[in-house]
Design a protein around this ligand. Structure first.
Ligand code: IVH
Length: 698
């Protein structure tokens, strides 16, 4: 398990200390009132640890409102006194710190603690529920630990906290009120439907909901009990029994009375005899955390026996017999920079948040899921927003909600696409999850449209609409099927006359003769765009040579490193059936003017592929083409110019640098020409260049 490595905020002087205390008090007030703090839990813990560290060195300067001396710094205090103080818990963050705590506990108790109870630390709000002869009469928040706020209005809205116990006892049940993930989603639906700002996370939602008095709609919450104690008018026998019961017994009794406890969850409280057993359980709970339907922020370990608890006693802030083993924070606040729209295999168009990188549980998070467009609207997200990001375990990080009070007014609306971002077709917005109207064929339409494009197979007459039509008619299921299209099939299509059919068939026939570089590019091998496809094609000269190459041989091509080479090999293997089908359909698989690499056997390594020495008038030159081409080059697109450069042995590039050897400057050439002049790079007009590469013009 990742130990919690929250560094301490460094405070250097009294001014910094005062500011830190002020920030912590503000954050704490927001935390307890259901507002959203500008600090996430991790940042808050860091700040408080920094404050404590500074106070340790300056005990005479400790400020009265410092969060270190409080049960709950900044808590909303109420006027209902607690019978017994509702304490907080001290924290440990690693097995070492935990082991040290057990040792100090053993010293205090004067013996090894016989039994520990280990249960999840539920991430909600502490409440005390007073039962009188079995009836729930009063619900009080923790407040400052001595007195809390009366929130009895919430009785009846909290699952697991029955209005009537199974046995008519008088006692106080203590525990945590929280919202499960589903309850949180529901609470935000209700809130935003009423025009309110969504809560940033379940904890905030529970805090806000618990304190809200006159809500038109009540939203459910959940209670987990972790304490059962006598009240002033509890009968003496029961009071004595409760005082003498081990914590694990009390939990059984609470469950028996009808109160919800962790026993109903995937992480029930257990007892353990040794530190090792406790740590093993901590690991188990941590591992289950991502799948739990509610938030936990640690594990609470208690001396289970009443006698041990009594012997250990309590400090002013926390009991000495219990400790919170904190787990790394799974929520952080960061900024939403962009929203990307990705089309999945089945045509689902899913928004993805691009975030200012933030570290959660040791990994840097840059992307988070936003589920669907309705979710964005529901959460009222805007670009530039501070957002609460949640990530537990290997689960995909998600944006929970914007931290609305941190808005500056510069936030921008998120623009939804109106055509499929992959294939350009319409979008079916009928369901929550938007889908490309082409569904599963979206990928096919997009990849075919790319393959027939001007810089790939350059098949005129095959625009987007026509591709969609061919796919929908079931005539084309892959690139090779295009070359099998018959005149009759094409004539049978809507809006396809004789002339268009003949033109398309002629374009398809011509496309069969495209050089290998363009076929490769049309195949859409990941990581190989136009210029990389050309380099590969020139290096291997034929598809057969390329397919025979292993990762090491592919690395001989300039620009292909150890990472890319294996993935190209793997993709080519995956594409093998399609490549075979294309070859069978008569598509050219060679690169004109290129010669295949020769294999030179050496005794040492048993054979390596010799790197190709490019030949031609531009051999060894790095060439940049800019401006509009004229004369013999007039009709050439930029891509075709680049192809020409490479056919003539040069390397094409799009930016001028000291390494550039030649700049072909056409009409209207601007900054690249100026840069070439400044750097003293050789310049050529289109005519001069045409003369230079005359032998290589088609
Ligand atoms: S025992 C005197 N058990 O964590 C003992 N507390 O950070 C204090 N909490 O104030 C409570 N789960 O609100 C206990 N299983 C659990 C808990 C738990 C969550 C909360 C509780 C407490 C806070 C301290």
């Amino acid at each position: 398990m990742t130990p919690m490595t929250t560094p301490v905020a460094v405070i250097v002087d009294a001014v910094g200390y005062a500011q830190a205390v002020e920030d912590a008090v503000k954050a704490s007030a927001a935390y307890y009132s259901g507002g959203t703090s500008a600090l996430d839990d991790d940042a808050y813990d860091r700040l408080v640890r920094g404050i404590a560290a500074w106070e340790a060195g300056h005990p005479e300067q400790v400020l009265p409102d410092s969060p270190t001396g409080k049960v709950a710094g900044g808590a909303v205090t109420g006027d209902v006194p607690h019978t017994v103080a509702m304490l907080s818990l001290d924290n440990v963050f690693s097995p070492e710190e935990f082991t040290a705590w057990t040792a100090s506990l053993a010293r205090r108790v004067d013996r090894d603690v016989e039994r520990f109870s280990v249960e999840p630390k539920l991430d909600g709000l502490a409440v005390a529920a007073r039962y009188s002869r079995g009836r729930l009469t009063r619900l009080i928040t923790r407040g400052d630990g001595t007195a809390g706020e009366d929130v009895s209005h919430a009785i009846g809205t909290i699952e697991g906290l029955p209005a009537q116990l199974a046995v008519p006892v008088t006692a106080e049940v203590r525990g945590e009120v929280l919202m499960t993930t589903a309850q949180f989603e529901h609470a935000n639906d209700v809130r935003t439907a009423q025009g309110g700002q969504p809560f940033a996370n379940p904890r905030n939602a529970a805090a806000g909901t618990l304190r809200a008095r006159d809500r038109a709609h009540t939203v459910p919450m959940t209670f987990f009990g972790y304490g059962l104690l006598p009240l002033a008018d509890t009968g003496t026998a029961l009071a004595a029994r409760l005082r003498e019961s081990a914590h694990s017994d009390l939990m059984d009794q609470a469950a028996g009375l009808g109160v919800n406890t962790t026993a109903t969850t995937a992480v029930p409280g257990i007892t353990a005899r040794t530190v090792e057993e406790v740590l093993a359980r901590v690991q188990e709970i941590a591992a289950l955390r991502p799948e739990l339907p509610f938030g936990i922020d640690g594990i609470v370990v208690k001396a289970d026996l009443a006698a041990d608890q009594r012997a250990a006693g309590c400090g002013s802030r926390a009991p000495r017999w219990a400790i919170a083993y904190k787990l790394p924070a799974v929520e952080k606040i960061t900024r939403l920079l962009q929203v990307e729209w990705n089309v999945g295999r089945t045509g689902v168009i899913a928004p993805r948040a691009v975030l200012e990188p933030v570290e959660i549980e040791g990994s840097t998070i840059t992307y988070a899921t936003l589920h669907n467009p309705a979710d964005i609207t529901r959460r009222d997200l805007r670009l530039g927003d501070h957002v609460m990001v949640h990530r537990a375990g290997d689960v995909i990080p998600r944006v929970e909600a914007p931290v609305a009070h941190l808005r500056t007014g510069d936030e921008q609306p998120i623009v939804f696409p109106d055509t499929c971002p992959r294939c350009g077709s319409g979008i079916d917005t009928g369901e929550q999850r938007w889908r490309c109207e082409n569904g599963r064929d979206c990928h096919l339409v997009a990849s075919l449209s790319y393959a027939v494009g001007r810089d790939q197979l350059d098949i005129e007459g095959l625009g987007h609409t026509r591709v969609v039509q061919l796919v929908e008619a079931g005539l084309v299921a892959d690139l090779a099927d295009l070359f099998a299209l018959t005149r009759d099939q094409l004539l049978g299509l809507d809006r396809m006359g004789e002339t268009s059919t003949d033109n398309l068939l002629a374009a398809l026939a011509a496309a069969r003769n495209q050089p290998l570089s363009r076929v490769l590019c049309a195949l859409g091998v990941r990581g190989t765009g136009r210029s990389m496809s050309r380099r590969i094609a020139r290096h291997f000269a034929t598809m057969d040579h390329l397919r025979a190459a292993d990762a090491e041989a592919i690395q001989q091509v300039e620009g292909i490193g150890t990472e890319k080479a294996p993935s190209i090999v793997a993709e080519l293997a995956e594409l093998a059936p399609l490549i075979d089908k294309l070859a069978a359909a008569g598509v050219n698989m060679t690169e004109p003017g290129a010669t295949p690499p020769t294999t030179t056997d050496t005794a040492a390594d048993g054979g390596t592929v010799a790197a190709q020495r490019p030949a031609g008038p531009l051999a060894g030159m790095s060439v940049v083409v800019t401006g509009t081409m004229t004369g013999p080059l007039e009709k050439l697109s930029r891509n075709q110019m680049n192809e020409l450069v490479e056919r003539a042995g040069g390397r094409s590039s799009s930016s001028v640098s000291k390494k550039t050897t030649l700049v072909v400057a056409g009409e209207g050439a601007g900054s690249k020409r100026v840069k070439a002049e400044t750097l003293g790079v050789r310049l050529a007009t289109p005519d001069e260049f045409a003369a230079l590469v005359a032998d290589h013009l088609d």
